[in-house]
Design a protein around this ligand. Structure first.
Ligand SMILES: N[C@@H](CCC[C@H](N)C(=O)O)C(=O)O
Length: 279
């Protein structure tokens, strides 16, 4: 640290907050330690994830965007981040298009800026094969049972490009999000660690959700977590194909027609401030 400056934008999607860096107009090469410092809420700007926007050379996408958790780890996908990325490249004049294909570490996704300013995202087809999540199991099941410190925990396992465990709870307020979330994040059954969602089913078209995110702890909202929860709930026969997911930071609309189909997410993205980082 201490030998350069980087322009950044602070954004959030339902309180899941991001430092967004334009890696097209400036050169960005950050170590994991520098990302941890930027994400630090006392010694840095503070964020759940850092998003890096880059040019993409191929024909099938306009941009590439990379996602780093607050602990410095690079990850595959981020739903709230995708919406903020779309607003960022559009509002900064990096594109004039309102339909924006972008390459992520888990493949191509397509973002659509809506007339009301919200962003609709095709989040791709969920992956349910254990080895692809990755999750250690001989066969695919709707629900798995894991031993967590001697207790049997029932959960669904879904990848939205990144790995998710989804647990159903009766009362969200008293769910052991911090304790059980932290234990499951590093459970050996998830070799790349996991995001852990606690889902309360309110009706066939509504759930409440809290997510303990891999690499940063509980956040106010998790877009891929909302998608994974709807997939898990649909596969258990609990939900219809259009679901309002209420997170601590606000609501997302999630649609999933079923096996082999992509998950659609609609939600807001907000810009909070811009500034200069000393790195
Ligand atoms: N907040 C994100 C997910 C960010 C990445 C996640 N913590 C992981 O490690 O996979 C979202 O909105 O999806």
């Amino acid at each position: 640290m201490g030998n350069g400056e980087l322009y950044f934008t602070k954004m959030h999607g339902l309180g899941n907050d991001f430092v967004v860096l334009d890696g097209i107009s400036q050169s960005v090469n950050l170590s994991a330690a520098q990302i941890r410092q930027i994400a630090d809420r006392h010694r840095g700007v503070g964020c759940d994830q850092l998003l890096l926007v880059e040019a993409y050379e191929g024909d099938d996408a306009e941009f590439r965007y990379r996602i780093f958790n607050a602990d410095g780890s690079e990850v595959e996908q981020c739903g709230n981040g995708a919406r903020c990325f779309a607003r960022f490249v559009y509002d900064q004049g990096l594109t004039q298009n309102t339909t924006i294909p972008v390459m992520t570490a888990s493949g191509r996704i397509v973002l659509q800026i809506q007339p009301d300013g919200q962003v609709k995202v095709n989040m791709g087809v969920p992956e349910l094969t254990p080895a692809q999540i990755p999750f250690v199991s001989e066969q695919r099941q709707t629900l798995y049972t894991l031993d967590v410190k001697g207790a049997a925990v029932s959960l669904a396992a879904v990848s939205m490009g990144n790995p998710h465990a989804v647990l159903q709870v009766v009362a969200l307020e008293s769910a052991p999000v911090a304790t059980l979330g932290a234990l499951l994040e590093v459970h050996p059954a998830f070799p790349k660690r996991v995001n852990v969602g606690f889902m309360q089913v309110v009706g066939r078209d509504a759930i409440r959700l809290r997510v303990f995110e891999r690499g940063c702890g509980e956040t106010l909202a998790c877009g891929t977590g909302a998608c994974a929860a709807v997939v898990a709930g649909r596969l258990q026969g609990l939900l219809d194909d259009q679901v309002t997911v209420s997170l601590p930071g606000g609501d997302l609309q999630i649609q999933w027609q079923g096996e082999g189909q992509p998950v659609w997410m609609i939600g807001p993205a907000a810009t909070v401030f811009r500034g200069t980082l000393i790195v």
